[in-house]
Write a protein that binds this ligand. Structure first.
Ligand SMILES: [Zn+2]
Length: 253
């Protein structure tokens, strides 16, 4: 397990809660001693245009700092997906988030759809056929859903219910790659107020079981929401440990 991260992700790049100074600093401090960090490159504009319309990219490019941050976030997701394709589960500790970015517009602190760009890039190159995207953020990833809803063999699924996630993952029969929109804003000390840190470990364990069954190691996760900097690092760590099979009891493995 490696973590894709760039020092620039620490910069305050806009005036929304996801862009706030200090939001991910503690998470970086907690994760850095435990994992190897890998620095990504910016995504190419041609990668962005696999998902987004030209006018959307041109609109964001009018704000050069935001544009380069958003390209760097998408590049982080691409890097993570490439490691996953080699069988190495990878987490992209990136911002801005992406799941509210649709082909032609965006909202909710998102600009480019990081997960969608990474998955679509592999799909269009013929390197994957079936992909499953799990989104356990508090909010529905309308951008990801809008893009993939008419594309065959890519399933976007959003839920924060452990029971529902377990059931759906067990029912999947074919998968070449799993992408996870990992938002931690459902936590009991965040906006949603429902999931515990241990629940994130359980979700990681469920994803692990599913990928081991269908596409070993081929899973990448990217940060979406999560706004309480005191608990964000613990929650990411619990999810990653679950993904690595540490401290989980799924009754299966
Ligand atoms: Zn959210």
């Amino acid at each position: 397990m490696r973590i894709v991260f760039h020092e620039r992700y620490l910069q305050e790049y806009a005036s929304d809660p996801a862009a706030r100074r200090g939001r991910i600093d503690r998470a970086v401090e907690e994760l850095r001693p435990r994992y190897d960090f890998l620095e990504p490159n910016m995504a190419e504009e041609e990668d962005i245009l696999l998902v987004h319309e030209e006018h959307h990219l041109r609109m964001i490019a009018e704000s050069p700092q935001l544009h380069s941050m958003a390209l760097l976030a998408a590049g982080g997701a691409i890097e993570a997906s490439e490691l996953a394709m080699q069988g190495e589960p990878t987490f992209a500790l990136i911002r801005p988030p992406g799941h509210h970015a649709s082909p032609g517009d965006c909202w909710g602190f998102c600009w480019y759809n990081n997960v969608a760009v990474a998955v679509e890039r592999l799909r269009q190159a013929g390197r994957i056929r079936n992909a499953f995207i799990l989104d356990f953020d508090l909010h529905f990833g309308d951008g990801t859903n809008n893009f993939f809803q008419n594309i065959p063999h890519v399933t976007y699924y959003h839920s924060g219910s452990l029971q529902e996630i377990a059931t759906v993952l067990k029912g999947i029969e074919e998968c070449d790659l799993v992408g996870v929109s990992a938002g931690f804003d459902r936590h009991v000390e965040d906006w949603g107020g429902t999931l515990t840190t241990e629940n994130y470990r359980s979700i990681g364990g469920m994803v692990r079981s599913m990928t081991q069954r269908l596409c070993p190691g081929r899973v990448f996760a990217v940060l979406e929401g999560g706004y309480n900097e005191r608990v964000l690092g613990d929650n990411i760590l619990a999810f990653l440990q679950g993904l690595e099979g540490e401290g989980i009891d799924t009754g299966e493995t």
